[in-house]
Design a protein around this ligand. Structure first.
Ligand SMILES: Nc1ncnc2c1ncn2[C@@H]1O[C@H](COP(=O)(O)OP(=O)(O)O)[C@@H](O)[C@H]1O
Ligand SMILES: [Mg+2]
Length: 231
């Protein structure tokens, strides 16, 4: 069974002046243990679709299923707390918290004791390939690649198996981008995450197990390996 499934999902932004169908009748599945790349031009609906997969909003038509449970019937706050987490292009770390605190803090908010949260945070920081010397650094003192790895460690603290990323390498140079992509691949292949990455970066699409291409809100392919063209 797929961990996530979109069935004829559409999403319409409505304002006083206009109506935009940002996602249009999208059906696809996501399995654990795989890296998915969602590619497409700017404005094609990628971020909107990711927000729906993240449970930030419900589709205006169609349904997203977590395993076989319709998202519309789930407690989506709980889904975001326990199952799916999102990593962004701009890292979004808390600027006044150290690396260790950034990773531990959301766990404490979830009711884990401060001591246990710190221990778990240390494990996660090591899992993303960072060393102890990072523990007490503030985001400003870290490189972009380090910040993104701390952000990924924080996302893993959620504990679920769905990791969503919106242009995770968009602010990184090639070397740091590669480290992050390799890490995301390991999380899928060795740790069984379903990793779903929105990207313009063809080197990510090249290395994904499945590529979905979006155009004008629609999926123009139903998955498969990257074939060298984004249309
Ligand atoms: N908050 C919003 N209100 C109205 N329209 C929006 C909003 N966010 C995105 N859109 C529109 O939805 C479409 C898809 O946007 P988006 O999902 O951000 O695409 P992408 O991530 O592929 O660049 C675009 O036409 C965009 O202008
Ligand atoms: Mg976007």
């Amino acid at each position: 069974m797929s961990i996530l499934k979109a069935e004829e999902v559409s999403y319409v932004y409505k304002s006083k002046y206009q109506t935009v169908e940002a996602v249009s009748d999208v059906s696809c599945t996501f399995d654990t243990g795989k890296v998915y790349a969602i590619v497409g031009h700017s404005g094609s609906g990628k971020t909107t679709f990711l927000s729906l997969l993240a449970g930030l909003d419900l589709p205006t038509k169609g349904e997203i299923y977590l395993e076989d449970k319709p998202m519309s019937t789930l407690d989506r706050d709980k889904y975001r707390r326990n199952t799916a987490s999102v990593v962004y292009q701009s890292f979004n770390l808390f600027p006044l918290l150290t690396a260790l605190e950034n990773v531990a803090y959301p766990m404490e908010l979830n009711g884990i004791s401060a001591k246990e949260a710190r221990e778990k945070a240390k494990e996660l920081i090591s899992k993303v390939g960072l060393e102890e010397r990072i523990y007490n650094q503030l985001p400003l003192m870290m490189s972009g690649g380090e910040q993104q790895r701390v952000a990924i460690a924080r996302a893993l603290a959620v504990g679920g198996k769905i990791l969503l990323a919106d242009e995770p390498t968009g602010n990184l140079d090639t070397a740091n981008g590669n480290i992050v992509v390799e890490l995301l691949g390991k999380l899928a292949h060795d740790e069984g995450y379903a990793v779903i990455i929105i990207t313009h970066d063809m080197s990510i699409a090249d290395r994904a197990d499945v590529v979905y291409t979006m155009k004008d809100g629609k999926l123009t392919n139903r998955g498969g390996s990257f074939n060298g063209t984004i249309s």
